[in-house]
Ligand binder design. Sequence first.
Ligand SMILES: Nc1ncnc2c1ncn2[C@@H]1O[C@H](COP(=O)(O)OP(=O)(O)OP(=O)(O)O)[C@@H](O)[C@H]1O
Length: 247
Amino acid sequence: MTRPTTAATDGIVLTGACVTLTGRPVLHNLSLHLHEQRIGIIGRNGSGKSTLMRLMAGLIAPDHGTVRVEGVDPTRARKQMLSHLGILFQNPDHQILFPTVDEELAFGLLQMGVPKSDAQAQVTAHLARHGRSQWRGVSVATLSQGQRHWLCLQAVLLMQPRTILLDEPLAGLDLPTQTRLARAFAALPQRLITITHDPASLSGCDRVIWLEGGTVAADGPPAQVLPLFEAEMQRLGGLDADADLAG
Ligand SMILES: Nc1ncnc2c1ncn2[C@@H]1O[C@H](COP(=O)(O)OP(=O)(O)OP(=O)(O)O)[C@@H](O)[C@H]1O
């Protein structure tokens, strides 16, 4: 199957993007055009992955350079961004705002300007389509961690964004839940950008970007980038751990 041609404004384009947080440079002069369907961003603790995600989502602005998502500045076009980009945070409790499942699912649609009755109808139909009609009116507090992840994913999917950012999407879940969620992600038509420490979860990506100290250490197909990353992690693991953790 031939993929459609990618225009320069398709996807996410960073041009010389720099981010400083409380006086500390965290991302340095990043220039990237992210347009592939499955992209992985890998790096050690503190390499800047979450900051990059927040930058792409428009939650922070670059000090220098530009960020464009489907051609728009994500810090300005908030409403447009809802249909361009969805985010799944590592901890669903950092994402869920409402006490009940249907309120949570309807929120994004309401933000997009969908009338309340239409939003409620879409939520009801969505839950029915996924065999979860019994979740209507259910308190989020009664859901398991895996169910909360699923809820956050559905809230994002209801907005039908072109791209979804996934921050360590399988961390802290048991193996069957990981397998089920990974299967759900794999089936999505959206562009997925997955942020993780785990090389194994990125082997099926079209492209992997290894971030180190806020810059790109390697960028290419997983077969090229992941062995380099793993070799470096093994080398670092062999060093005195205390020296690393003290920094
Ligand atoms: N608000 C802040 N002020 C100052 N420095 C910050 C702030 N937030 C993050 N940092 C620093 O920026 C660097 C990158 O952090 P970031 O959370 O983006 O890394 P990460 O790759 O996502 O790490 P992890 O894998 O541990 O989540 C780290 O050195 C961190 O200490």
